[in-house]
Design a protein around this ligand. Structure first.
Ligand SMILES: Nc1ncnc2c1ncn2[C@@H]1O[C@H](COP(=O)(O)OP(=O)(O)OP(=O)(O)O)[C@@H](O)[C@H]1O
Length: 278
């Protein structure tokens, strides 16, 4: 497995003098309902800046819903949810956040460069910004290592290359926070490794914060910090090392399973206590 910097390496851009930058995300008692279901229940956590935070948990536990709430596209959000010091969904956040959904959002009948030109025009419209847009597009194509494919139709690219076009769109305008919903799902091990290397260089070189979801536990080891979720709740908010140590586990997967068992045991005890005090 590749070794990535420990949590104390490449300091995040916070804590400058007396005016520390607010965290990338801060949630208190965050609750989201979808239809008649409460999908996220009283979540409290902080995502620090300049780090890669992994959002991990089984399918259906609420990862995408939480990401949608953070980027401001989720309805029925209650409680506190601040993003880069503003309430989630604030118009000023639009250009400061890059969001990649699970399905790559690219036009198959346009080339890689044309896709990026299109999204760059939306983000930064007008003739005066044309030179800046051109530079930005060339930069993000290089960032995702697609310079050699810039003039290829997106529809003719492989799944991994299309995911990278989507990531390039999210990198336009150099956002401070990148929210990536299961970007490595369905990719082969080599592509997955290359994408993680790219995430680390984006965080290290630009000081960008990355919040990335996955339901593959081995990807947890590649993150600086983890938010482990289960059934709409946060089970743990810690570094991979601290999680393993705290639970006496060899791997994050084992730590997660122990935390799940502990949570189930606690719930059973609480239910029994309720029963006997009736
Ligand atoms: N439109 C909807 N109406 C009602 N419930 C929904 C809706 N969309 C999702 N849900 C429910 O919300 C819960 C969380 O879904 P979400 O997509 O956030 O999970 P997830 O952890 O991202 O799953 P996956 O890893 O499979 O993408 C699920 O139990 C799902 O059934």
């Amino acid at each position: 497995m590749m070794n990535y910097p420990p949590d104390h390496a490449s300091r995040p851009p916070e804590g400058r003098g007396d005016d520390p930058a607010p965290p990338a995300v801060h949630a208190e008692n965050l609750t989201v309902t979808r239809g008649t279901r409460t999908v996220l229940r009283g979540l409290g956590f902080t995502v620090p800046r300049g780090r890669i935070t992994g959002l991990l948990g089984p399918s259906g536990c609420g990862k995408s819903t939480l990401m949608r709430a953070i980027v401001g596209t989720q309805a029925k959000v209650a409680g506190t949810l601040d993003v880069l010091g503003r309430p989630a969904g604030h118009p000023a956040l639009r250009t400061r956040i890059g969001y990649v959904t699970q399905a790559p959002s690219v036009f198959d009948d346009l080339t890689v460069r044309q896709n990026l030109d299109y999204f760059a025009e939306i983000l930064d419209p007008g003739r005066a910004a044309a030179a800046h847009r051109r530079e930005d597009v060339t930069r993000v194509i290089a960032d995702v290592d697609l310079t050699g494919h810039a003039d290829a139709l997106a529809g003719n690219l492989s799944g991994g290359q299309r995911s990278r076009v989507s990531l390039a769109v999210a990198l336009l305008g150099a956002p401070e926070l990148l929210v990536l919903d299961e970007p490595t799902v369905g990719l082969d091990p080599v592509l997955r490794r290359d994408l993680w290397t790219l995430f680390h260089s984006i965080a290290a070189d630009r000081g960008a914060t990355i919040l990335v979801s996955s339901h593959v536990m081995d990807e947890a080891e590649r993150c600086h910090r983890l938010l482990l979720m289960r059934e709409g709740e946060v089970l743990a908010d810690d570094t991979p090392d601290a999680l393993r140590t705290r639970t006496g586990s060899e791997t994050v997967e084992e730590a997660f399973l122990r935390l799940v068992d502990d949570a189930k045991a606690k719930a059973r005890t609480a239910a029994r206590t309720k029963e006997t005090t009736r």
